[in-house]
Structures are given as C-alpha cells and as structure tokens.
Design a protein around this ligand. Sequence first.
Ligand code: DGY
Length: 329
Amino acid sequence: MSSKPYIYITRKLPEEIINNLCTFADVGMWEKEEEPVPREILLQETKKADALLTMLSDRIDEEIFQAGEKLKVIANLAVGYDNIDIELATKYGIAVCHTPDVLTDTTADLAFSLLLMVGRRLAESVELVKSGEWKSWSPLFMAGTDIHHKTIGIVGMGKIGEALAKRALGFDMNVLYHNRHRKMDVEKALGVHYRSFPDLVTESDYVVCLTPLTEETRGMFTKDVFRKMKKTAFFINVARGAVVIEEDLLLALREGEIAGAGLDVFEKEPIDPQHPFLKMKNVVALPHIGSASIETRTAMMKLCCRNIELILKNEKPISIVNEAVFLAK
Ligand code: DGY
C-alpha cells in the first residue's frame, strides 16, 4: 500500500491543475465533466481519502465524515459552503477550505450583466431577432428600463457586494445596501448608503441578492418582500436559490408585483426545463455561472489544490472556513 496521502476530486479537472498534487499524493478523480459523482462512489472514495476536493453540488454531511476515517481536509470549489455541514466537520476535526477573493470581480461582473439583461430586455431582444420577429423600428419597441441614475439595493455587502457597488457607481447608480453588520468604512469609501432590509426592497429599482445561504437567510425573499418592491423593480439572485421562496417569486412575477427577475441560481439545480420561470419573458435564467470565467475557475481550482497541499503538509491554509480545526492541531 502506498504511504502517500490520497486525494479524491469529485469532478474532472485539467491535468495541469492537479499535476502538483500528484508529486506528493495519490490522486483519484471522478472522470466526468458534466455529471456529479454518484453518492456511493463518493462514499467509497472518502473511506480512503486524506483530502476531498468537492463541488457545490456534493452534499457533505455526517455520512461522509463518518466514512472518512483519515479525512483531514475538504476543499470546496466555491466561495459558498452551504453544501457542507461546517459545525459537524469541525466536530470531526476536518478542515473546510473555500475559494474567496479570486472570484470576487468575476461574480460581480455577472451580477451586473444580469441587471443589464433584465433592465434592457437583452435576452428577449436576442431571441426576437433570431426568431425573425423583428419587423420594424418603432418608438417603444423593446423599450426597457434604464440602469443609470436608478437605485440598486445590494443585499449582502461582502467583497462581491462591494465590487458590484463599484460597477453600479460607474453607471451613476444610487447604491443602497443591507448587511448583517453596517460597514461604515465602505459607506465612506464608496458613498453607498445603508438601509434596513424592508427599506432597501421598498426603495430599490434593482434588488440584488448576494447573501450567503445560512439558516437566517434561507427563504428570506417571501411574498411579503416582493409585495414591498416597486412594481417596476427587478429582482436579481446570484447567491443561492434557497434564499428565495420560489413559489412566492413566481406569484410576484405572474401578478405583476415586480417587473422581472434575473436568476443565476435556483433551489434545485439544474432547473427543470419545464419550470414556469423558463416560460416567462421577463425572467432571465442562467446556469449558475457567477464565477465561470476560464481565468477565475482556474484560480479557484489552483486555490483548492494549494489549500489541500498546505493542510496535508501541516501548514497554514490560505482560506479556511473553520479555522479552529487548524489552530487545534
Ligand atoms: C460560489 O463560489 O459559491 C459560486 O456560487 C460558484 O459559482
């Protein structure tokens, strides 16, 4: 039996990314790019593994921690880690690492793109030209809503929120934010304004959700929240689907409580192609691509590998969620 540590990667990654891991460890990998690893295989591999490199689609719970007798680290290829039971991982002494910072600007770019898409009806316009429905120029043909000088309300003012605020300020938008803790330094540096959650949703023309999924934020966008929004306002979600009660959003869209939605994330991913959201002209749906640029995904993969290497070599990782585990060693 090899004395090297064993690392299991739950989705196919490029060889050049994992080459360095292979210099000090045995590396196993689920070889399919498009399909998640089946649960039984993940459990079998976990039994042998010192480290797992996981995707946000992998549910990492007690069954995994129990199977992973040698497991020391889980590096999740995402900044969000709601797919992992952090409290239990900590109890089992397993370090959980994630990928903050490297994806900040790319995700903010995508959030702002969604805002442009819904406001200016870009997806609808593209479809219309492709389907040969473009008959003539006319005064209100495909007229959307302005972006500049409108009010954006950012829910969740972390690093991505700040990066989004900068983009919005470049478009001369009025920027409001809501966050668990008020950020006076950011308010001063950027000229953005704090609002309570109800005031933010009432005043904004574009409400953008960037909050992590936690027990407090699960289902926070309810029908009461959508009812408070302006009928001309748009809802954009680049966080996690489960922060929204999707039925309530659907109802708000159907009943004209809000003007439209731009969604990169859904409660169930991939979304069912028959889902009513996909039949609505005023909904732009994307396949969870917030951080999906080649440059950023490469940086995220490298960061996961580096975190695994550092933990397995008993060195301080770059981005750990449950630092107590590392400090306890
Ligand atoms: C994350 O990193 O949490 C994103 O959702 C991945 O695109």
